[in-house]
Ligand binder design. Structure first.
Ligand SMILES: NC(=O)c1ccc[n+]([C@@H]2O[C@H](COP(=O)([O-])OP(=O)(O)OC[C@H]3O[C@@H](n4cnc5c(N)ncnc54)[C@H](OP(=O)(O)O)[C@@H]3O)[C@@H](O)[C@H]2O)c1
Length: 425
């Protein structure tokens, strides 16, 4: 854990301080963030040796939106000792003035670029059925999404659920838990701080002592402390990183010998495409995104869901009004409980899911228009282009149908007028 914490400070901390200094300076260079082996690039790659550096990818995406004028991009170097002349390759990439890519990875002599791609759900999804003789742990389980998830797991047959948080449940939450217990599910609340190893050890020991075998984990604990990188302090940064970096790492380490059906991290769109004012949060979620791939690479279950904003009482509701307005204006609408749980059902029930999946409610046309002003932003390029072409095609089709209806109406009117004339004559 020391390495992870140190890397966060040297990596994200340095970028934060560097930006705070550079932006005040008039001669602005381009900022490229370089990691080694922090991203999963090739499907068979099993050496994400630079997991600790992965937060920089989340932070970088926020830098690209907060400081587009100095944004260069992200490069992940080969985790193996490279055979190719890496320095020369890197140099050529960075000095290329026509460089339109801002998500790059070097593997051997090849350069890879990242793209978001649409994932189609299976035509006949397998119904999810949870084991009634297993236990399911939801960290941050007393929060908004934690409680939605609890209801969902109960509806899918779970009979033992453990919810964790630092504070005891409110009266309202106690009532909800009682209602859920009336359906025959045992809901246990265990208090503890997920970023403290000793707290997780205690929680896991209690599950082992008094409940059936742990079969699945949903890591939903998290906090926000929004602010632009310019105004951020390392204390605020570290506070948001804590449950998602330390917490996820402890959870992974302490359960890696268990046979879990799922290990799901509730991440955010902020780390997937960036979100101004949420550099710390994007960095924190970026770590979970890479950890899910890392788990996959070593043969363990792992899924990170990059949720868009939810229509809930949780984190989305505590966002500042201007942040929420910005989201609305960018074409990203809120995910309802029903939509979110439908997505979770598909993702948990079908092993087709990749290690990382983004789930957003989006108006593509508005998002495409918003994104078109962003010069780099190569990640979304093809997805938006594909959507744009589809929308244009739909529009042409609509106009065609409209023209046909108008022509038919005109003919009908003409015929009606002729008939009227005839009868008058
Ligand atoms: N809501 C959204 O729109 C949205 C969108 C994208 C992603 N997400 C992700 O989904 C997750 C849940 O979001 P939410 O809306 O349900 O948030 P929420 O209502 O604020 O719930 C988060 C819960 O995490 C707990 N928590 C925070 N730090 C903790 C720690 N160190 N140890 C143990 N528990 C801790 C909090 O309880 P205590 O303070 O009592 O510990 C709280 O109940 C978060 O990880 C968030 O990043 C949410």
């Amino acid at each position: 854990l020391n390495t992870i914490e140190e890397t966060q400070l040297w990596g994200c901390g340095s970028v934060m301080h560097l930006l705070q200094t550079v932006v005040k300076n008039t001669s602005i260079a381009q900022l490229w963030l370089v990691t080694r082996g922090s991203q999963s690039v090739l499907s068979k790659e099993n050496n994400i040796i630079g997991l600790a550096g992965s937060s920089l990818w989340g932070l970088g995406r926020v830098v690209s939106l907060e400081h587009p004028q100095l944004w260069g991009g992200l490069v992940d170097l080969d985790p193996q000792t490279p055979e190719a002349d890496e320095v020369e390759m890197l140099w050529q990439l960075l000095i290329n003035e026509q460089q339109e890519e801002d998500h790059l990875a070097l593997r051997g002599e090849d350069t890879y670029v990242a793209r978001l791609a649409k994932q189609y759900p299976p035509e006949f999804p397998e119904p999810l059925s949870l084991s009634s003789d297993g236990s399911y742990l939801i960290t941050g389980g007393l929060g908004a999404l934690g409680l939605y998830t609890t209801e969902f797991l109960v509806s899918k047959g779970a009979k033992n659920i453990v919810l964790t948080g630092r504070r005891p449940p409110s009266e309202k939450i106690k009532e909800l838990i009682e209602k859920l217990e009336q359906t025959g599910c045992k809901v246990t609340v265990l208090l503890g701080d997920i970023s403290m190893e000793e707290d997780i050890v205690k929680i896991l020991e209690q599950i082992q002592k008094s409940l059936p075998k742990l079969k699945g984990i949903i890591h939903s604990a998290g906090v926000l402390d929004d602010g632009t990188i310019q105004k951020m302090s390392w204390e605020r940064f570290a506070k948001v990183m804590s449950p998602k970096v330390k917490g996820t790492w402890h959870l992974h380490k302490l359960t890696q010998n268990l046979e879990l059906d799922f290990f799901v991290c509730y991440s955010s769109l902020a780390s997937m495409i960036g979100s101004p004012g949420q550099g710390n949060y994007a960095a924190a979620n970026g770590f979970m995104d890479a950890l899910a791939s890392y788990r996959h690479s070593i043969g363990l279950s792992g899924l990170t869901i990059n949720w868009g904003a939810w229509a809930s009482e949780g984190m989305a509701a505590s966002l500042k009004v201007e942040h929420q307005n910005r989201l609305d204006a960018s074409g990203i609408s809120e995910i309802s409980q029903k939509q979110g749980m439908y997505a979770l059902d598909l993702l948990l029930g079908n092993q087709y899911a990749k290690a990382q999946v983004g789930v957003i409610a989006v108006q593509w046309q508005v998002l495409a228009e918003n994104w078109s002003g962003i010069e780099k932003g190569s990640l979304l390029r093809e997805l938006l282009q594909e959507k744009k072409e589809k929308l244009e095609e739909q529009e042409t089709q609509k106009q065609k149908v409209k023209a046909e209806i108008l022509a038919k109406l005109e003919t009908a009117l003409l015929e009606e007028r002729l008939e009227k004339r005839k009868s008058e004559m």
